[in-house]
Design a protein around this ligand. Structure first.
Ligand SMILES: [Zn+2]
Ligand SMILES: [Zn+2]
Length: 430
């Protein structure tokens, strides 16, 4: 495929991977869905041909995040275009500290700044969607200071991540121009919203550095330094000083869990540092001043789950392995989902293989028990027939059926009728 150059790499307005793929399909004069269905999805063992619709509905929104779909799509796009460094079009450079799924990372629908789209048109530059727009918390355009929108101004519909037409900036349903502002845009002066937009752009600008430098270890090292400098090495106190639940620092430093994305931004905000400053610059922890910031409270509103962590994947994996290896455990997947208190979607996303083993084990068990039941029923018919014969009675259809009735069996079932007939033959009665 053409080695199309991504737009705005290295700047805060860098293009997102999905936008790149849509422009790539436009360059080849085909629909983005056709491009993905023919060139990308067949290479993915996770998405068989029957599940393309599910991919467009569900998984496509994770292409900008740090999950397996993002990884796979970056690799495939690089192979197909011969261009490298496409991970910069996603959150992957920060994957060491950003969880692959979780509250408040990626938006549920594509959103955009109408004024940015209008600008592209006025300046006759190609329309594209910025990577920053894909982040759920990026709600205000840092250039135009106005709210992003996620509904078509003409028909009011949310847009799919992978549209049918390769026309960025046009509605997938009514083909209306999405850059149209029907009312006077209101200028946002909310310093917190603008700070968040700036922090996300900071991460995008420093993606290249982050890819080489940012590790979980570095994050923990910085946190430890700060805990020593600001809270005399008391993790609990440091968590509370920042407004987190008391165990937060311990879960990050000792248990080595990743922060949720809103938590991470909140941390940076409380410390008064941009993400790249916190992680990649040498700052003096003793000079950091944690003081009350009125706007920080809002982050709690955006993400009520601050303090919660993603489920411990390793433990889930071990539990699932144990269930898979236990030949006596043939429960349906639904029971296991309930036991683990997780969602079906989560389990299928992370532990597809184990889920398949569990489902097929259950299916085999159902087949096995059905077979055993059938055998037992046949035996009943034979026994009754023989018994009647031994009593000197003729084991007629009617007589046998009468005795089968209390067992909730009847001759409507073909296999019972055949067995009865065969038994009569054995007895020399036909
Ligand atoms: Zn804008
Ligand atoms: Zn529309």
């Amino acid at each position: 495929m053409f080695g199309l150059a991504p737009i705005g790499i290295g700047s805060g307005g860098s293009e997102g991977l999905i936008s790149y793929l849509i422009r790539l399909s436009k360059a080849h004069c085909i629909s983005p869905r056709l491009l993905l269905s023919t060139e990308f999805l067949p290479r993915m063992s996770e998405v068989n041909s029957g599940r393309h619709a599910m991919f467009y509905m569900d998984y496509a929104k994770t292409l900008h995040s740090t999950g397996k779909f993002a990884n796979k799509f970056v690799t495939m796009t690089e192979e197909l275009t011969g261009r490298d460094g496409l991970a910069l079009l996603t959150a992957l450079p920060w994957q060491e500290i950003i969880p692959a799924i979780g509250t408040g990372l990626m938006a549920q629908h594509p959103k955009w700044c109408s004024a940015c789209l209008a600008d592209y048109r006025n300046h006759h530059t190609p329309a594209y969607f910025k990577l920053s727009w894909g982040y759920a918390l990026y709600q205000v355009c840092s250039v135009h200071h106005q709210h992003l929108v996620d509904e078509c101004p003409w028909c009011g519909k949310h847009q799919p991540f992978i549209p049918v037409h390769a026309s960025l900036g046009r509605c997938n349903y009514c083909y209306g121009w999405l850059g149209t502002c029907d009312k006077e845009p209101s200028n946002i002066h909310d310093p917190y919203q603008l700070w968040v937009a700036g922090a996300i752009e900071d991460m995008i600008i420093h993606s290249k550095d982050a890819m080489q430098k940012v590790t979980g270890e570095l994050f923990r090292e910085k946190l430890m330094k700060l805990t020593i400098a600001l809270a005399s090495n008391k993790k609990k106190r440091f968590s509370e000083m920042l407004g987190f639940t008391p165990s937060t620092m311990a879960s990050w430093i000792t248990k080595q869990q990743k922060p949720l994305f809103p938590q991470f931004l909140y941390l940076c905000h409380q410390l008064g540092e941009m993400p790249s400053e916190l992680l990649m610059e040498d700052f003096d922890p003793y000079k950091i001043d944690i003081h009350f910031k009125s706007h920080a409270q809002k982050l709690h509103c955006i993400s009520p789950k601050i303090g919660l962590q993603e489920p411990p994947k390793h433990e889930i994996y071990e539990r699932l392995q144990a269930i898979c290896n236990d030949t006596d455990d043939c429960r349906p997947l639904a029971d296991i989902i309930t036991e683990l208190a997780l969602t079906r979607k989560y389990l299928l996303y992370w532990f597809k293989k184990e889920c398949e083993v569990i489902s097929s084990k259950h299916k085999q068990w159902i087949n096995r028990t059905a077979l055993q039941k059938k055998k037992a029923q046949l035996q009943e018919v034979r026994n009754i027939t023989w018994h009647l014969y031994e009593q000197g009675l003729y084991p007629s259809n009617r007589q046998v059926a009468k005795q089968l009735l209390p067992l909730k069996l009847c001759f409507a079932k073909m296999h019972l009728r055949t067995t009865h007939r065969n038994t009569l033959k054995e007895l020399g009665l036909t």
